[in-house]
Design a protein around this ligand. Structure first.
Ligand SMILES: Cc1cc2nc3c(=O)[nH]c(=O)nc-3n(C[C@H](O)[C@H](O)[C@H](O)COP(=O)(O)OP(=O)(O)OC[C@H]3O[C@@H](n4cnc5c(N)ncnc54)[C@H](O)[C@@H]3O)c2cc1C
Length: 412
């Protein structure tokens, strides 16, 4: 079986590896360099506890309030673009408990298996990508949000991720890095973290060793089917390629590429930032989520990575200093990072988001051998390895080891 994959992010690379392991001949076309899209500088969390759909009933009311506040953690730019509005309506309709719960259960499972797989990759990798399983501490500053979290954490626990409730004193004693006022926390001992780009590189090295061909600097800009539906011809900035089977794994760029394949792939980008700072003093022992500030903290051995904000946009990579400052201010309030920390490697990326917050994994709607592995929103790194397994199983006709229904790629 010959497969051409469009997109060399963590999802495309994972699928390539799993297909090659099953005997497929795989070529990955990447417009930039492998792993330089959204997979490059994300928060690096491998956390089943935070693997839930973006379309979350708990956020629905807040998102309307936040719409009017350019400094809010989730910002929905008011726009009159029809596809943007259609996406928003889909998002609102999906933000129901009856849709959220099964989605969350499926994502947590995909993530739990993926974290175990990442651990194995770390053991095999000649160079560490900083995988550490020290858990994640979600810190609360408001009693009402601390109490309200009980319900969602019960769901996470039902999905198989362990949860511990810590009092304010326990947070202070067990995680001295938290210096701000807090009312308590939830600790998820099975969660892990890593350096995101280094992780993709390790996976890409395994894929290359399994026979995958990576073509960098090859931007696909035209796809045609000269003799009906298959094979298709992909015209790129680096020559022409022919494909019997195409896998679209182009993250936030997937909607436009979908149009080249006559497919509706409703994906919007949700912009977020991350930055590296010198180590905090004291440095956190585990990953930390500052819940009300929506700041994600990843304690690398040699640096502190902080990330945050979610701004729904269409292919807009501009940097908004005001929003970057909100993340820094948020971290400063709870961690000892100094008054004016040196910000290294400020990065932004667009999380590829579907209206219902669930990835698209499987065969696309319509004729032709076109498959999708995209729309992994805030969870692409933490669910990529198992996504690769599920996609490869479906493509090769193997019995899937996960229920493919919640991820159906023909649901829109
Ligand atoms: C601030 C922030 C923090 C995050 N934190 C986490 C986290 O802690 N854990 C987690 O699991 N996820 C996190 N995410 C989400 C995660 O980064 C994404 O879900 C994931 O990177 C998506 O991977 P991907 O392979 O689908 O997309 P990408 O990595 O974007 O890959 C798509 C690739 O397709 C290529 N491409 C596009 N168009 C073309 C074309 N025409 N021709 C050829 N190639 C093309 C691009 O260049 C790109 O390399 C975060 C995201 C952000 C922004």
């Amino acid at each position: 079986m010959d497969v051409v994959i469009i997109g060399g992010g963590v999802v495309g690379v994972s699928c390539a590896l799993q297909l090659a392991k099953r005997g497929a001949s795989v070529t990955v076309l990447e417009k930039d360099r492998v792993g330089h899209g959204c997979s490059f500088g994300n928060a690096g969390w491998l956390t089943p506890s935070q693997a839930v759909p973006l379309a979350n009933p708990a956020l629905l009311f807040k998102s309307f309030k936040w719409m009017l506040d350019p400094e809010s953690p989730l910002y929905i730019q008011p726009r009159l673009d029809p596809s943007y509005l259609r996406w928003l309506i889909g998002f609102l309709l999906s933000s129901r408990q009856s849709k959220f719960e099964p989605g969350a259960m499926a994502l947590v499972e995909l993530c739990r298996v993926s974290v175990d797989m990442w651990e194995e990759v770390e053991k095999r990798a000649p160079e560490s990508f900083g995988f550490e399983r020290h858990g994640l501490l979600a810190v609360y500053e408001k009693t009402d949000s601390f109490e309200a979290a009980h319900k969602s954490n019960e769901l996470i626990a039902r999905a198989g991720a362990r949860v511990e409730r810590w009092s304010s004193d326990q947070v202070r004693d067990r995680e001295p890095a938290i210096i701000g006022k807090q009312v308590g926390g939830y600790f998820f001992p099975d969660d892990a973290h890593c350096k995101p780009y280094e992780a993709v590189r390790a996976l890409a090295a395994e894929a290359a060793a399994a026979g995958v061909t990576f073509v960098e600097g090859a931007e696909v800009f035209r796809i045609s089917a000269p003799s009906g539906t298959s094979p298709r011809r992909l015209t790129t900035t680096h020559g022409e390629f022919t494909a019997e089977k195409i896998l679209l794994a182009a993250g936030s760029w997937s909607e436009d590429l979908g149009k080249m394949l006559d497919l509706r792939v409703p994906i919007l980008g949700a912009k977020g930032y991350s930055m590296l700072l010198p180590k905090a003093n004291p440095h956190p022992k585990s990953s930390i989520y500052l819940i009300e500030r929506k700041v994600a903290v990843n304690p690398h051995k040699d640096a502190l990575r902080i990330s945050g904000t979610l701004e729904l946009v269409k292919n807009d990579f501009s940097i908004n200093q005001r929003r970057v400052n909100v993340i820094l201010r948020g971290a400063k309030g709870m961690l000892n990072i100094g008054d004016a920390p040196v910000v290294n490697d400020l990065w932004r990326g667009l999380r590829p988001c579907t209206p219902d917050g669930m990835p698209l994994i499987g065969k696309a709607r319509g004729h032709g051998d076109v498959w999708l592995a995209t729309g992994h929103q805030m969870a692409g790194l933490k669910t990529a390895p198992a996504t690769g397994v599920l996609l490869a199983q479906l493509m090769t006709g193997e019995k899937p080891s996960f229920n493919p229904e919640p991820f159906r790629a023909d649901r829109f």
